[in-house]
Design a binder for this molecule. Structure first.
Ligand SMILES: [Zn+2]
Length: 287
């Protein structure tokens, strides 16, 4: 029932709409029914326009990721927003910041364009004339983009601002520790959003807060699992692979043993190169 529908390919990326997305226009239809057909049509067009902006936001992420050689499998629209599923996440902090900021940058650009349109095109000047439907529509799309940019920049991991926070932390901490701190900050913000959503009757906000919290926990679990895997791999490598020989250091057999020397040393008495591991001569090198 909640599968996703393929919309088409734009910018070389598959676009999908998740089955749950249709709950949103359904909600608009049911809640606006009493206000008349015009109002419902207006609200549905507005939802459509806002989700085109949400999709373009994801395209911003995808194109920035592509600049670093990361492919995006598809972009899926959910009722609470869009998700660009990249084949991997950028790991260098600088790349992660650039990819995270590219999404909100698209909304800032759209809002800027609409603002110019409003200023130059004479839209939405209620002191000059009664705003008509088009004025209201443009104003709503403008504010939606301002809100999308501002909201996504909240430092609530895994939202864009949270990814910027994680990347900034990762330049000082391990990736795992940086993710843990970013997820903790994100959980506090999500908690506040949830309470505010319930207190002010914004069910959508409360829903987004739950999704942010769940995605944060999911991504933290993935980073933890990966760190554990890497730890095991490192231990296995250390166990099986001999230590890398150090450069040749002159010294007598006794002080090489005393220093726990690892590497290759010249034995002057016998005239051969000897390989040492942790202060023990383990063999001669072929002449
Ligand atoms: Zn984003």
């Amino acid at each position: 029932m909640f599968g996703s529908t393929h919309l088409g390919k734009f910018f070389g990326i598959d676009f999908r709409v998740h089955g749950t997305f249709w709950l949103l226009p359904l909600f608009v239809l049911l809640t606006g029914f009493g206000a008349g057909l015009d109002r419902v049509a207006f609200d549905l067009l507005l939802v459509l326009a806002v989700f085109v902006c949400v999709a373009l936001h994801e395209v911003g992420h995808a194109l920035a990721a592509r600049a670093y050689g990361i492919r995006t499998r598809d972009i899926t629209l959910y009722p609470v927003g869009g998700v660009a599923s990249m084949e991997r996440l950028p790991e260098r902090p600088r790349h992660e910041i650039a990819v995270a900021l590219a999404g909100p940058a698209v909304n800032v650009a759209i809002a800027g364009g609409l603002f110019l349109g409003i200023a130059l095109g004479g839209f939405v000047l209620p002191w000059e004339h009664t705003p008509d439907a088009l004025d209201l529509f443009v104003a709503n799309v403008f504010w939606a983009n301002v809100t999308l940019a501002a909201f996504n920049l909240l430092p609530a991991f895994p939202m864009d601002g949270g990814r910027v926070l994680r990347a900034l932390l990762a330049s000082r901490l391990s990736r795992l520790r940086a993710t843990e701190v970013a997820v903790q900050v994100g959980s506090v913000i999500a908690g506040a959003m949830f309470v505010a959503g319930l207190a002010f009757g914004h069910i959508g906000l409360a829903l987004v807060a739950v999704v942010v919290w769940m995605l944060g926990q999911g991504e933290l679990a993935a980073v933890r699992a990966r760190a554990a895997r890497e730890n095991v791999a490192r231990k296995v490598r250390e166990f099986f692979e001999p230590p890398v020989p150090e450069p040749v250091i002159p010294g007598t057999a006794r002080d090489l043993a005393a220093r726990g020397f690892t590497g290759i040393a010249w034995d002057e008495v016998r005239g051969v190169w000897v390989r040492w591991v942790r202060g023990v001569p383990v063999g001669e090198l072929p002449a």
